[in-house]
Structures are given as C-alpha cells and as structure tokens.
Design a binder for this molecule. Structure first.
Ligand SMILES: Cc1cc2nc3c(=O)[nH]c(=O)nc-3n(C[C@H](O)[C@H](O)[C@H](O)COP(=O)(O)O)c2cc1C
Length: 190
C-alpha cells in the first residue's frame, strides 16, 4: 500500500471543504477548537507581526446576540435602501446570520497596525497598511477553515456579518483596537 503524500492529503482536505450554513446542536470538543487555533497560529502575517487573535465563542447567548446585531444592522440598511434593491438585499443578507445555529463561532480579530503610514505621512499609505492587516487575517481564517475540515468539522467563512463589526467587537469582548476579520461558524452539518 502506498502512503498518500502530504500534497495529496492536503488536496483531499481542500477539495472536501464546503461552506456549511446549517449546523446540528452537537457541541464541538474543546480539544478540536484548540487544534484549529494551534494550526491557524502558523499563518504568515504581514511584517511578521502577530497582531491578531482567534476568539472562540461557544456561549449560546453570545452567538444569539451576535446574530441579533447583524440582523438589526441588515434590516436598518435594507429599510434605507432603494425600494428596487431592498427585497434583494434583505434576502441576500439572510446568509449573513447563518452562523447562528453553530455551537462555536471563531472570530479572527486583527489590529489595523500603523507603522509605515505614520513614518511617511501624507502619502495615502493608510489603506495599504490596512489592506495588509486584512490580507493577513484572511490567511489566518483560511487555515482555520482547513483545520476544521481536517478534523471532520463543518465551517463557513463569513464577512457579511461585518456590516455590524462594531457591535460584534463589543459582544465578543474583543481587545481594545481589535477588529473582527470574519465570523467562522464551526460545528457539524445539520
Ligand atoms: C470574502 C468572503 C466572504 C464570505 N462571506 C459569506 C457570508 O457572509 N455568508 C455566507 O453564507 N457565506 C460567505 N462566504 C462563503 C462563500 O459564499 C462560499 O465560499 C462560496 O459560495 C463558495 O462555496 P464553498 O465555500 O462551498 O466552496 C464568503 C466567502 C468569502 C471568500
């Protein structure tokens, strides 16, 4: 019997990963969540500076509160939208709260770190630096998705909920200056 190469194993994990938007109530073992965090921590990061955390939320009340905040924000945006777009937006934005049924939600949180733009002011480098932080946290998120898949867990990468980023940061209790980069529900397919 030939042993599958690292590449083949990784390809299998990548190919089997699919976004999940409906979860069973079965809880995820803490050990699995710790393993996801451990693997995501190997991510590359701009400037080699690990100005990020992966918050793990398993408190049902907090998850419900997160979904409530996203729903309120989407309703507010939808109600203020052009009537032609309102129905379409409200329907589409339903996928922004699909994390609600998951037993665990990961929040990769980043710091919008400013160094070059402070040293070289007035050159419009702020968005370059912010983009670097956002790209970095996206690498972390991708690894978390693959880690979940490798453990037989379902997940979904969600940035739609970030329409309520400020409220998410408050409810999740993110550290001062941290912003949510995505919401990643983790669990078993429902
Ligand atoms: C930047 C980004 C944001 C996303 N945001 C959401 C989201 O808010 N809600 C959602 O249900 N899926 C979201 N997705 C998941 C995509 O819809 C999904 O990856 C895509 O349809 C491909 O399906 P697959 O992941 O099953 O291969 C997002 C994906 C990306 C890359």
């Amino acid at each position: 019997m030939t042993q599958a190469s690292d590449y083949e194993n990784l390809l299998r994990v990548c190919r089997s990963r699919k976004s999940c938007r409906s979860f069973s109530a079965r809880p995820v073992a803490r050990e699995c969540l710790d393993k996801i965090v451990e693997l995501a921590a190997t991510s590359p990061y701009a400037s080699g500076s690990k100005a990020w955390e992966l918050e793990v939320i398993t408190d049902r009340e907090k998850i419900t509160a997160l979904a409530g905040a996203v729903r309120r924000r989407c309703t507010e945006l939808g109600n203020n939208a052009d009537p032609d777009f309102r129905k379409e937006f409200l329907e589409y934005s339903r996928s922004f709260t699909a994390f609600e049924t998951a037993p665990a939600v990961l929040i990769p949180a980043f710091k919008d770190r400013r160094t070059i733009s402070l040293a070289l002011p007035g050159r419009g480098l702020e968005s370059f630096e912010r983009d670097n932080s956002v790209k970095s946290i996206s690498c972390v998120s991708m690894l978390a998705l693959l880690a979940a898949e490798s453990l037989g867990l379902a997940a979904c990468y969600m940035t739609g909920p970030l329409l309520a980023a400020g409220e998410i940061a408050k409810i999740a209790g993110l550290r001062q200056g941290r912003e949510p980069g995505a919401l990643i529900p983790i669990g078993y397919k429902g």
